[in-house]
Ligand binder design. Structure first.
Ligand code: B12
Length: 244
């Protein structure tokens, strides 16, 4: 059975690499039929496939059209798998505005992060990709989100995140901003004045919870500061998950 599961995950990876949308769909269904955890199928099938595509692109074996086709294949499987990923029925709903920064059409990573937030049962406002700076801030103010999460995959687009941080903090100093994407590091996040950073979708949820924990610690230590209240109160159920 284990080897059957491994075979299916390998086949899923290969279907992304070979940009075979139909195979991707069929193998994703097969994975579910064989009781493979859909998250495992994403993390150990689809993502390694996309990573390999990135390598082929780097070595000029693949060009943009192949990468686009692989992206379609990736999404075809993700569409089948993601509805089967169980969601938490958390009482506290953190509210997040998320999007890929202006000039950036890469959205696979952003969408994986979004799925993780969805799984947590959080309120997620997805602005999509190539999002103008002011849209992040406008949406944050409109829905009073706790967090703005921004993705940038290119060195040319990542500077835009610094602008969003400045614009958002000017409008609401309490807005917590998390940034990520292949071009971003923790150091860059610090330099940009972002409150949080996560290297991958698997760290994004704990990254947000950490950020909120630090915010509440700050409020406790500096009650007279002019920071305002977050929409979501401290989350008592999160004791075992970083927050109090
Ligand atoms: C797929 C892809 C594309 C697809 C995008 C399709 C789509 N819908 O996303 C297409 C073909 C459209 C494309 C186009 C281009 N691409 Co491209 N692309 C890639 C590729 C191969 C894979 C990216 C990917 O999806 N990885 C898989 C996901 C799972 O990983 P990830 O994106 O890193 O996301 C994870 C983390 O970064 C993190 N994360 C991401 N976002 C966020 C946000 C938050 C808040 C958090 C906490 C975490 C987080 O979590 C994610 C999940 O674990 C990369 C190569 C690579 N090795 O990354 C190049 C790459 C990003 N592309 C690149 C380039 C140059 C381009 C083009 C300019 C090419 C061209 N000549 O036209 C155009 C630009 C278009 C534009 N204006 O945006 C360069 C960028 C170089 C740079 N450093 O600036 C790369 C690195 C390739 C390279 N080595 O040159 N691309």
């Amino acid at each position: 059975m284990v080897s059957k599961h491994t075979d299916i995950l390998t086949a899923l990876k290969q279907a992304v690499i070979k940009f075979n949308e139909k195979d991707c769909r069929d193998i994703a269904k097969m994975a579910l039929d064989h009781g493979i955890d859909p998250r495992t199928a994403v993390d150990h099938g689809l993502i390694p496939g996309m990573e390999k595509v990135g390598m082929l692109f780097d070595t000029n074996e693949y060009f943009v059209p192949e990468v686009l086709l692989s992206t379609d294949a990736f999404y075809a499987a993700l569409e089948i798998l993601s509805p089967h990923i169980p969601k938490n029925d958390m009482k506290s709903r953190i509210s997040v505005v998320i999007g890929s920064i202006l000039g950036d059409v890469h959205d696979i990573g952003k969408n994986l992060v979004k799925i993780m937030f969805d799984i947590e049962g959080w309120e997620v406002h997805d602005l999509g990709r190539n999002v103008p700076f002011e849209k992040f801030v406008e949406k944050h103010l409109e829905v009073k989100s706790d967090v703005i999460a921004i993705s940038a995959m290119m060195t040319t687009t990542m500077m835009g995140m610094k602008k969003v941080v400045a614009m958002a903090k000017k409008e609401n100093p309490d807005c917590l901003i998390m940034i990520g994407g292949a071009s971003v590091t923790k150091e860059i996040a610090d330099v940009f004045g972002a409150d949080g950073y996560a290297a991958s979708h698997t760290e994004a949820v704990s990254g947000v919870l950490n950020m909120i924990e630090q915010y509440h610690a700050f409020k406790q230590n500096f009650p007279c500061s002019n920071r305002h209240k977050l929409k979501s109160p401290p989350l008592p159920n999160h004791k075992n998950r970083l927050l109090d």
